[in-house]
Design a protein around this ligand. Structure first.
Ligand code: NDP
Length: 441
């Protein structure tokens, strides 16, 4: 911590993993040797660069670009790109660190990375976003490649941004290379990639409930966020028979007691993806619903105090604190499944673990997105496009396997039913064993 002062999110992510793997390290001397803990928590590479671009008024704007290659022991770096004003080196390092374990859990050969910028695509014209993406790639292209580092989507980066980034890479290198996933179908993207994180989350939740002989049928669900992950989680949960009560954005949340059905969700998708509108507009169309503006003076989010069976935080890191967790537990929530990366603060996580409810960390439950990124890379290498059903079936199997891996690792190491310990231990063992096999490099 003295070496990386102020990197709060990164310390938080590392602390959680180290707490889970400590009993394992105590029993295995080989994990105490070769400084594996120091090596696994130190990024192999960090790039920071300036991204100048010209806005529609002809003014020069300046943002900061990042790419963190955290660990490549089991494969080339693969990880998200986030464009959001809150992006800092600490956030990049925490996301890259989480990605190492997430990618290991998918069983595909991918190392962990993350990148992005403090650029805010919100309110920018398509031309401005294009010029920014071109400037970003003009520097980043040196550090990436299909067998080196592959970029995927995260907050603020969708098909539009991926397309502009891909175009610039192709221009510089004169090659149609698989350096980005989440591409549009015209550029060789995979069917189901946009849906994969949210769908995978719902499949994972289904598996968790199955351990208690339950299903999602009839379960009431709270979802935060209304972006890529939240929308597709809602879509699949509705399909699986659940009733979705809420969605949100950074301005506030909507509560629809009658349930957000497929038709209403379609309206939200058009509102968010095509008009780039705000969630509060939902109540203009569906007057039975309630909109509550975000109140930053509160020490909790009222949305998490709505009675429901399941909660899916799908917006951003540290969006759910201990008070929110207590509210959920008071209202008898039985399952909390993280769609976002590290959305629960450590104290909230402790509340869920102490209460012994079904609780899954993002690195396991939201791994469907990067898993289908790997499937997109495989299709690109073979110059093939698999049908929608084939990709979805593979995704279902992958999520089932990740669920099983977490449960088995937790059981084997003395934490039965603890998905946090299971995910951290299983990911750690796979990566560290590969590091040890390669010697000190
Ligand atoms: P999007 O940009 O599509 O959506 C993000 C959503 O969260 C928006 O509704 C946004 O609201 C809201 N949000 C963002 N920041 C805040 C904040 N500080 N407070 C409240 N609400 C906020 O991103 P994704 O859906 O792709 O990503 C969501 C989460 O899922 C992230 O944690 C990401 O790391 C994780 N994830 C995403 C994957 C993917 O495939 N896309 C894969 C694995 C994890 P607004 O529009 O107002 O900003």
């Amino acid at each position: 911590k003295t070496k990386n002062p102020g990197e709060h999110e990164f310390h938080q992510a590392v602390d959680k993993v180290l707490a889970s793997v400590q009993p394992l390290i105590d029993r295995h001397p080989e994990y105490r040797q070769e400084a594996v803990l120091k090596r696994i928590t130190e990024p192999e590479k960090v790039f920071m660069f300036s991204v100048p671009w010209v806005d529609d008024q002809g003014q020069v704007q300046m943002n900061r670009g990042f790419r963190v290659g955290m660990n490549s022991a089991i494969g080339p770096y693969v990880g998200g790109l986030r464009f959001h004003p809150s992006v800092t080196l600490s956030i990049m390092k925490f996301l890259a660190f989480e990605q190492v374990f997430k990618n290991a859990l998918t069983t595909m050969n991918m190392g962990g990375a993350c990148g992005g910028s403090d650029f805010n695509p919100k309110g920018k014209s398509d031309r401005e976003v294009m010029r920014f993406c071109q400037s970003f790639m003009a520097e980043l292209h040196r550090h990436i490649g299909p067998d080196k580092d592959i970029l995927t989507a995260d907050i603020g980066v969708g098909t539009r941004e991926i397309g502009y980034l891909f175009g610039m890479y192709k221009k510089i290198h004169s090659e149609f290379a698989g350096i980005l996933t989440g591409k549009s179908l015209t550029l060789g993207g995979s069917l189901i990639r946009p849906e994969a994180t949210g769908y995978g989350l719902a499949y994972f939740a289904g598996q968790m409930l199955k351990t208690q002989n339950q299903t999602l049928e009839g379960k009431t669900c709270l979802i935060s966020g209304s972006g890529n992950v939240a929308q597709h989680a809602a879509e699949k949960l509705i399909e699986m028979g659940a009733k979705v009560l809420t969605l949100s954005d950074s301005s506030g949340y909507i509560f629809d007691e009658e349930g957000i059905d497929a038709g209403k969700l379609d309206y939200i998708k058009r509102l968010k993806n095509f008009r780039r509108g705000r969630i509060k507009e939902y109540v203009n169309k569906y007057s039975e619903a309630l909109y509550v503006e975000q109140d930053t003076t509160l020490d909790h989010q009222p949305m998490w105090d709505i009675a429901a069976d399941c909660a899916f935080p799908c917006a951003t890191q540290n969006e759910l604190n201990a008070r929110d967790a207590q509210h959920l537990l008071k209202n008898k929530v039985t399952l909390v499944c993280e769609g976002a990366d590290m959305p629960c603060e450590p104290e909230a996580m402790e509340c869920f673990l102490d209460a012994k409810i079904l609780y899954a960390p993002g690195k396991a439950a939201n791994a469907g997105g990067v898993a289908v990124s790997a499937l997109e890379m495989a299709q690109n290498s073979m110059r093939l496009s698999w049908p929608r059903q084939e990709v979805d079936d593979r995704l279902k199997t992958i999520m089932k396997n990740i669920h099983q891996t977490c449960l088995e690792a937790a059981e084997e190491h003395g934490f039965p039913g603890n998905y946090v310990a299971g995910a951290n231990i299983a990911g750690f063992v796979k990566v560290v064993d590969a590091m040890l096999d390669q010697g000190v490099i």
